[in-house]
Design a protein around this ligand. Structure first.
Ligand code: UD1
Ligand code: UDP
Length: 356
């Protein structure tokens, strides 16, 4: 049984990015892996394009769950994942981040008595209305192995009576592998990069209108590029939102173009967890339209600012942040870019210990 493959469960765009370095590191140690893609994200740009760019092979399983309400989506994943896990009987399951695919993957595994390893454990925004916060807390408390991207995450787990291992952030590993400083930025000249998809921003009409108004205000002075997440696109379609001059709205872009855009933007406006971190790692000032962040290190070091969803806050924060030069220039709380290697080493030791 212990020669069976390690199983990785992913489903959403940022999880494909996190999976890639971990798969490589396990592969380098001769540890076989199989991937379950729940099908949570399925648009070409959200899924296949990522697999192509990251050099990932087709997942062994694609459950094709698609979009639905949280409960139905999670339930469908749960029963489909269970069937695969029974068939594969893996020695360990790896789940990533904080999506419904993470929660369903962890729950299906523990119910079968299969140990779970959580990559990106110990993060908290302390905002229980966020679906991601619930997913993080539950997944951490179900997991036997907790790989933490920051020392703060280790401390947080400690306070909750759990033992986390500091590995650093696999997204830094991915960036080190895939950021080509010579990859041309697809946007010319000075620009602000925007991404907005968090449920609390898109599904609240007032918040979304406030954010859009901020983006328009910026676009009157500087080019604004906004690759639109499908959640946001679908809502904008119902709002008859008209495009204004200076604002370029596009389909989601590939990871390589995205890294180049974050690198070269004057400032980033976002509510994405991953984009906040990447802006920090590339030392591009960031304005985050959220009340709180699970990545407080980016704010404390001066590279990120949390703002409310209104035009004046967004506009004035971007204008205030664009030339920021924080004192903490070299801070890197996300490890040394070898998180995946440490994770693979840990898993190798775990498999060795449990070999029959
Ligand atoms: C999910 C995660 C979120 C993560 C984000 C990454 C949960 C609860 N949320 O949010 O933590 O930050 O992924 O991008 O798991 N849709 C499409 N095509 C797709 C995917 C989605 O059109 O390929 C549309 C559907 O209308 C769907 C909506 O987007 O209902 C939301 O998708 P869903 O996967 O439920 O959540 P995300 O907002 O993408
Ligand atoms: N990303 C991308 N193309 C885009 C928008 C984002 O490749 O059009 C990448 C981004 O660089 C980061 C990840 O997707 O690595 C973040 O995913 P997302 O914002 O969807 O989710 P979150 O990190 O908020 O969970």
């Amino acid at each position: 049984m212990d020669n069976n493959s390690v199983i990785h469960i992913v489903g959403a765009r940022p999880q494909f990015i996190k999976l890639s370095p971990v798969l490589r590191a396990l592969d380098a140690m001769g540890i076989a892996s199989k991937v379950i893609h729940t099908g949570q994200h399925y648009d070409y740009e959200m899924s296949s394009l990522m697999f192509e760019e990251l050099g990932l092979k087709e997942p062994e399983y694609n459950l094709g769950v698609g979009s639905s309400t949280h409960g139905r989506q999670t339930a469908e994943m749960l029963s489909s994942i269970e069937a695969v896990l029974i068939k594969e009987s893996p020695p360990i399951v790896l789940v990533y981040g904080d999506t419904n695919s993470t929660l369903a993957g962890a729950l299906a595994s523990v119910k079968l008595g299969i140990p779970v390893a959580h990559v990106e454990a110990g993060l908290r925004s302390f905002e229980r209305y966020m679906p991601e916060e619930i997913n993080r807390v539950l997944t951490d408390h179900m997991s036997e192995h907790l790989f933490c991207p920051t020392q703060r995450a280790v401390k947080q787990l400690n306070m909750e009576g759990l033992a986390g291992v500091f590995t650093g952030d696999v997204m830094l590993d991915a960036m080190k592998t895939f950021l080509d400083m010579s990859h041309p930025c697809p946007v010319e000249g000075t620009f602000v990069l925007v991404t907005i998809h968090r449920q609390e921003n898109t599904d609240n009409r007032d918040r979304l209108l406030g954010i859009l108004s901020g983006i328009r205000m910026l676009a009157r002075e500087v080019k604004v590029v906004f690759p639109v997440h499908p959640r946001t696109r679908r809502i904008l379609e119902t709002m008859e939102y008209s495009v204004s001059e200076g604002l370029l709205m596009t389909r989601p872009v590939g990871y390589l173009d995205m890294l180049a855009m974050i690198r070269d933007a004057m400032c980033v406006v976002t509510d994405s967890g991953g984009v906040q971190k990447e802006a920090f790692m590339l030392r591009t000032p960031c304005v985050t339209v959220r009340n709180k962040t699970e990545w407080p290190e980016t704010v404390e070091t001066g590279w990120n600012r949390l703002v409310g969803p209104d035009d004046v806050s967004i506009y004035s924060s971007v204008m205030g942040m664009k030339d920021t030069s924080p004192a903490e220039k070299n801070a890197m709380p996300f490890g040394d870019g070898k998180a995946s290697h440490y994770i693979a080493q840990y898993i190798e030791e775990h498999l060795e210990k449990h070999r029959i």
